[in-house]
Design a protein around this ligand. Sequence first.
Ligand code: SF4
Length: 247
Amino acid sequence: MDLVCRTIAELDAAVADCFACERLVAWREQVARDKRAAFRDETYWGRAVPGFGPDDARLLIVGLAPAAHGANRTGRMFTGDRSGDVLYAALHAVGLASQPTAVHADDGLRLFGVRITAPVHCAPPDNKPTPDERDRCRHWLSTELALLTPTLRAVVVLGAFGWQALLPVLADAGWTIPRPRPKFTHGAHTQLTPTDTGRAPLHLFGCYHVSQQNTFTGRLTPAMVEEVLRTAADAAGIGGSEEGFAV
Ligand code: SF4
């Protein structure tokens, strides 16, 4: 069932209330009940995690899915885990976030001109959503893109899963995907032309996912993340201000 969401706030509320994937609902709730020992005194979110960031973002970051003891615990994208530590430190370093850390949903963190989302909004076992789950969640990403279209100028995709999930959504949303399809690589950059005159071109960037698998092995360094974010912010027309970046 597709709900009509007229604003990002409505979308976020609807996502948080989604129970469409039986396996993922069971998993996210089981993790929230069992907890990790270090968080045993906390109340886990245990629901679908909406996107995070302003509703007039010019830059969208697309990850994979919430982490079981990160966003599934705190209720905010990339908040409370090692992946988020890397991502938010890099966002802060390039002026897109008000602080370098993301600990819990009420920690005061603000994003400047950038929003973070995922093609799958519920934590999956082993961080691996099935193709069916990805496809079932797709309408949320489509709606988010549609609502952001007036301001959106660039997207950074973290990892191949998000890249594969996003391309058909972008095509449906009204941007032309080149043939052959652009391949995911770290540092990939392609500019998508709109299929109608009512929308702007969109810069699409690839960045290795900020997972521990990549950052602990040195495959992805903080400098590499910052470089992609800085280039994407530039392409999106996000300019610097005293407080951080302004649009
Ligand atoms: S993964 Fe997406 S479609 Fe499935 S329950 Fe979560 S929010 Fe709903």
